[in-house]
Design a protein around this ligand. Sequence first.
Ligand code: NAG
Ligand code: NAG
Ligand code: ZN
Length: 413
Amino acid sequence: MRGSEWLITLGLSPLCWASTLPAEQHPLSDVEVAGTKLSVTRDLIALHKNLTQIESISGNEKEVGDWLAASLESQGYTVEKQIVEKDPERFNVFAWPGKVRDAPVVLSSHIDTVPPFLPYHYNHTDKTIFGRGSVDDKGSVAAQIIAVNKLLSKGEISPDDVSLLFVVGEEVGGAGMRKANDLGIKPKTVIFGEPTEGKLVSGHKGTMQMVVTAKGKSGHSGYPWLGRSANEVLVRALEPVITLGDKLPKSDKYGVTTFNLGKIEGGVAANVIAESATAKIAVRIAEGTPETIQKGATKAVHHAVREFLEGEMEPEDIVELDFGGKGYGPIDIDADVPGFEVITVNYGTDIPWLEKLKGQKRYLYGPGTIFVAHSADEKLKVDDLYDAVEGYQKIVLHALGKGENDKQAKADL
Ligand SMILES: *[C@@H]1O[C@H](CO)[C@@H](O)[C@H](O)[C@H]1NC(C)=O
Ligand SMILES: *[C@@H]1O[C@H](CO)[C@@H](O)[C@H](O)[C@H]1NC(C)=O
Ligand SMILES: [Zn+2]
């Protein structure tokens, strides 16, 4: 049973039931600043558990979105559900604790996960939480909320300083974050949450997809000269792709562009000349734009298949290249908060989908490691989750000019 149902069925306010818990577990803290009354939770583990227990594979985020919206509302936040792709079952959750909807700092992470669902499990011995989404990305969601709640209850920020944006569809094309551009907000800083091992990420590689389809002419395998094997064309076409990264522009920051030949299919049987063959490739872009990569790849593939051309044929007649049109080049991210280790990562995020405003700061930070995200062994150390709450607080304070270094700078004046 979920918290919101429980509250609704019993008709209790969060304050009532909180007062029945032992003092050391007291999860709620009352805040009243400039007429804003909040009753925020600081129970990180329970919040994270409640989020992770709800299955929310991309496209099926309604239940977790409803739960999250109800939880934030019960804590005193104003909550807006932003419908995505005209589907009322899919919505972003946008919330702010004060009177200001368009706050200077937005903390954002995603509420969808990859399949399959893996149930929540807490191993007390090694203080590790298992389950789908425990790292990617509900660790970030929970840590961001608790960080804001702690700053509010300590009075270190005003409720009007921050808002929270939790989006759907990050794992499959970023529909939620694309839609967030319509919220009409102009934050000075956006803090994105993804598993970064508690480090600040100064940038990530770009990405695009590439599908190569070879077109053959079927026939009896005993008379190969009467046909053209799409499989042979494809093998030739892919040969230069494997090492293409070394020939394309490189970057000191991100290294080389890589091509992952993730899926190859072709032909129907051993004794039939293959009529069609396809390869699906994920490209991680270290330098340049998707257009640069598209040009380089097309040239290499067309050159490689020339031996199959007969008469008036053009390379396009036997090999088709489709780049999907949804790619982006490497994304630079701010990493100027003192006291953090700084890294780059090779995975994609929602960051490119949110239009960057002039002068806007963007940070990427969160608990846990990408190496277990999406795996059957997705897990998060409880200590890392707690550390991320501290980390987010530091970043928020820095963004508001209230960080340790800012205090020091003022004291030095
Ligand atoms: C989590 O869910 C439980 C069970 O519904 C509820 O009692 C508790 O208040 C929730 N806690 C948080 C922090 O969401
Ligand atoms: C918890 O972790 C410990 C130490 O890694 C392990 O020995 C134990 O089997 C785990 N317990 C469960 C219930 O998974
Ligand atoms: Zn993620």
